[in-house]
Design a protein around this ligand. Structure first.
Ligand SMILES: C[S@@+](CC[C@H](N)C(=O)[O-])C[C@H]1O[C@@H](n2cnc3c(N)ncnc32)[C@H](O)[C@@H]1O
Length: 228
């Protein structure tokens, strides 16, 4: 199994991430020209975590995002269903949980904040995952979704889409342990809803006060919401 198709099947998605796990962090940094670190810092800032708060980082992969959040002093748990991705995060000093985002092994209202970085797009049913995240969040708790989105300036959007479909698979062939997975990455970004549509879907899944902010001209968007 090399590459999940856009009608994602959960076992194919998990197998695909198992296949890229070994060089996942390096590949991300190369393909994003080092922007990934900035996107993670901005995600942590948007969550405004306080020491002692309980935080779920869903689809945490190698827990690189979780470690960034934990530097706030909050108690942060990484959840993912790819065991190989979690294995790569074993030395990051955060608790790791093997879990499917559609059936989280947590009681209702467990967390003060929940977040998902570059993972919602990969989940077979993103709307159900947003509802499941709402279930495990306390009333008044926060959601931040960090995800690829649509660049807002037309000329830049065209250059970026060209990069996604042509250059990115070529670069991935040099650095990734499973280059085909990065063809899926490019296609899945193109198929993903823009900022406004995702905001509407987050609201429909049970979150209030939904707003978003563009990063890197809209290559990435941070969506926020509050559990009613
Ligand atoms: C692109 S990686 C993002 C990892 C990390 N959050 C980051 O920012 O680098 C997407 C992750 O979503 C996970 N994933 C996809 N569907 C999932 C599901 N239903 N439940 C849990 N994890 C899932 C994959 O295993 C993969 O590790």
């Amino acid at each position: 199994m090399a590459r999940a198709d856009l009608q994602k099947k959960p076992n194919e998605v998990a197998a695909m991430f198992d296949g890229v796990a070994r060089r996942y962090d390096l590949t991300n940094t190369v393909l994003s020209f080092g922007q990934d670190r900035r996107w993670r810092t901005r995600t942590a800032r948007a969550l405004d975590l306080q020491p002692g708060e309980r935080v779920l980082d869903l689809a945490a992969g190698t827990a690189v995002s979780t470690a960034e959040l934990a530097s706030s002093g909050a108690w942060c748990v990484a959840a993912d269903f790819s065991l190989c991705m979690l294995e790569q995060g074993r030395d990051r000093g955060v608790p790791l949980v093997a879990a499917d985002g559609l059936h989280l092994p947590f009681a209702d209202q467990t967390f003060d904040a929940v977040t998902i970085s570059f993972g919602l797009r990969n989940i077979v049913d993103p709307d159900a995952a947003l509802r499941e995240l709402a279930r495990v969040t306390r009333s008044g708790g926060r959601l931040v979704v960090c995800e690829f989105s649509t660049p807002v300036w037309g000329p830049f959007r065209r250059i970026y889409m060209n990069y996604l479909m042509r250059a990115l698979p070529l670069v991935a062939r040099k650095v990734s342990s499973n280059p085909d997975a990065y063809v899926y990455l490019a296609e899945s970004i193109r198929a993903w809803p823009d900022q406004r549509e995702l905001g509407e879907r987050i609201h429909a899944a049970g979150w209030d006060d939904v707003a978003w902010r563009n990063l890197t001209g809209g290559v990435v968007a941070l969506h926020r919401g509050v559990k009613p």
